[in-house]
Design a protein around this ligand. Structure first.
Ligand SMILES: Cc1ncc(COP(=O)(O)O)c(C=O)c1O
Length: 379
């Protein structure tokens, strides 16, 4: 069996010490011991999100948190802006429609970031719009949307800003209170280095007010119910005890490392990888605001991106990601977030060089590795 390396933008590798923390005998989810765990997790989440808001935890993947932000804020017939600049942005409109709400879609070309002025104009023209739904990092294109600027736009309107930071939180700073982000969502399986299965929602005062008038149906994802339970260090339902144990260990590890260092190292891996892309004579797919959390590479004309992904998986056991929908076959994506180091990044670069060469792309073998080594050597 091949050793597997996870270098796709989720799920990312889980640190061995965290795997061991999750291997402890189960404790009961209604015990005093577990209440203490929930209390520590709540404090750790507030620190990570840099907020005084309550940050709810759900037993679901990230999409559950996205869905909860529609179900708990809106009523059927409500209008909300959705930023459709990739696969995950498009998901907002699908969720809104499933709840009988009306998406006002801003169609951002894939690879580009939303212009806050477009959001401001829509909100000015139609003050009945209740919310703006956007990604911090649109994982399918590798683009960061300008969420700090968007918060400035929504601040003095009746609309709440809902930010999907599933792939961004923990990869770079998102100071929720400083930027005034009403709702911020995330998940466990990316920069938080855990298995999939936990989703998070930070809920600010403006969103709490809007929640009171929401008439969309909700049960499992009821924020009101969870705010009450989790406020008392309890889960409304059976909590995923093992994942909570893992999350406590991740918080301990992040404390030991220091978030500044975590963020700085992510930037260096991103710089090194992007230098390799340039050395190969290739371009980023992200034409504006390329993220540090991952790199989306535009494939050469004659190379199918899916074949690069398959080459790495089949020959070397290395998992990177391809493109989705309109980007399928045209790109491949490599993560820089989470429990990976310089040599994981160099490994990916080296493997991609072998794949590109094997698939017939003409370039100088080793040029990407050398460019990345230079960056790592200097930092
Ligand atoms: C930005 C973003 N939002 C939402 C999701 C969906 O999360 P999940 O697959 O955990 O439901 C992902 C997953 O890749 C993502 O990257």
């Amino acid at each position: 069996m091949k050793k597997v390396s996870l270098l796709a933008p989720g799920p990312t590798p889980v640190p061995p010490r965290t795997l061991l923390a999750m291997a402890q005998p189960l404790i009961h989810h209604r015990s005093a011991d577990f209440q203490e765990v929930i209390g520590k997790v709540r404090a750790g989440l507030k620190k990570l999100f840099q907020t005084q808001n309550e940050v709810l935890t759900f037993c679901s993947s990230g999409t559950g948190a996205m869905e909860s932000s529609v179900a708990n804020l809106l009523s059927p017939g409500d209008k909300a802006i959705t930023v459709s600049g990739g696969k995950f942005g498009e998901r907002w409109a699908l969720i809104l429609k499933a709840y009988g709400c009306t998406p006002v879609e801003i169609l951002v070309p894939w690879g580009q970031a939303v212009n806050p002025a477009d959001v401001a104009k829509l909100l000015k023209d139609d003050p009945s719009i209740k919310a703006v739904y956007v990604q911090a990092l649109e994982t399918s294109t590798g683009v960061d949307h300008p969420i700090e600027e968007l918060a400035q736009v929504t601040k003095n309107t009746g609309a709440v800003l809902v930010v999907d930071a599933v792939s961004a939180l923990g990869a770079y700073p998102i100071p929720v209170d400083q930027w005034g982000l009403d709702v911020v969502l995330s998940g466990s399986q990316k920069a938080l280095m855990l298995p999939p299965g936990l989703a998070f929602a930070s809920i600010g005062p403006k969103a709490l007010e809007m929640m009171k008038t929401s008439k969309c149906p909700k049960f499992y994802f009821s924020w009101a119910k969870e705010l009450k339970s989790q406020g008392e260090n309890k889960g409304a339902f059976t909590s995923p005890v093992t994942l909570f144990m893992g999350l406590l260990d991740i918080f301990a590890m992040l404390d030991e490392w220091g978030m500044d260092k975590v963020y700085a190292e992510t930037v260096i891996r991103s710089k090194a990888f992007k230098a390799a892309v340039k050395a190969w004579g290739l371009d980023l797919y992200s034409k504006q605001r390329p993220s540090v959390a991952l790199t989306a590479v535009q494939c050469p004309e004659n190379i199918d991106g899916q074949k690069v992904v398959k080459w790495l998986k089949d020959k070397y056991g290395i998992f990177i990601a391809g493109g989705q929908d309109q980007a399928k076959g045209k790109i491949f994506r490599v993560a820089h977030m989470g429990y990976i180091n310089e040599f994981d990044t160099l490994q990916a670069i080296s493997a991609i060089e072998m794949a590109l060469k094997g698939l017939g792309y003409a370039f100088e073998m080793g040029s990407g590795v050398a460019a990345a080594q230079k960056i790592f050597g200097e930092n």
